[in-house]
Design a protein around this ligand. Structure first.
Ligand code: HEM
Length: 143
């Protein structure tokens, strides 16, 4: 899907009247921990704190969709932060499918094949850039 069409669809779902992030985020984690129980152990038990951060980060990412540079700045920080967790492609895959299926449930009739394609493409891009930065030299550490 063309990048602008992808961004438009991602933003449309985030801005939808049906979208309630306070419901979405806990539902997403519940689904993720169901399909990927081993992920539970590496997440902090204080999920309220984590949920608030993810929520802020999602909004931040969505706002940066217009600018590849801003987006990459955020993804570099996220990649750095996830480095020590050594997340596998399978984990990213479970993260993405839990995310899109929770979104589908919350958006109901506003969810379509195109929206699914847009979110999957966007989250795969995010995961790819995070993995790239996680595999690079940690920013700011010079030996
Ligand atoms: C598209 C993929 C992902 C995005 C956008 C993402 C985003 C985030 C954000 C924004 C935070 C909070 C950062 C902060 O503390 O300020 C976070 C924390 C965390 N993420 Fe991810 N994440 C992704 C994938 C994953 C995956 C696949 C795993 C492992 C299965 C994972 C494990 C964690 C853990 C354990 C923390 C908590 C760190 C802590 O506070 O102790 N993430 N993630």
């Amino acid at each position: 899907m063309e990048a602008n069409a992808c961004k438009t669809l991602v933003l449309r779902s985030l801005e939808s009247d049906r979208m309630d992030l306070d419901t979405f985020i806990p539902a997403f984690y519940q689904r993720l921990f169901e399909v990927c129980p081993e992920a539970r152990a590496i997440f902090p038990t204080d999920t309220a704190r984590l949920e608030a951060k993810i929520l802020a980060s999602l909004t931040h990412l969505a706002e940066a969709l217009e600018s590849t540079e801003r987006l990459d700045g955020i993804l570099m920080k996220l990649g750095n932060m996830h480095r020590k967790m050594e997340i596998s492609d399978a984990h990213f895959g479970q993260f993405i499918s839990s995310f899109t299926s929770t979104l589908a449930a919350i958006l109901g009739s506003e969810w379509s094949q195109d929206t699914e394609e847009a979110w999957t493409q966007f989250l795969r891009f995010v995961a790819k850039r995070m993995s790239f930065f996680a595999a690079s030299e940690p920013a700011g550490e010079v030996f």
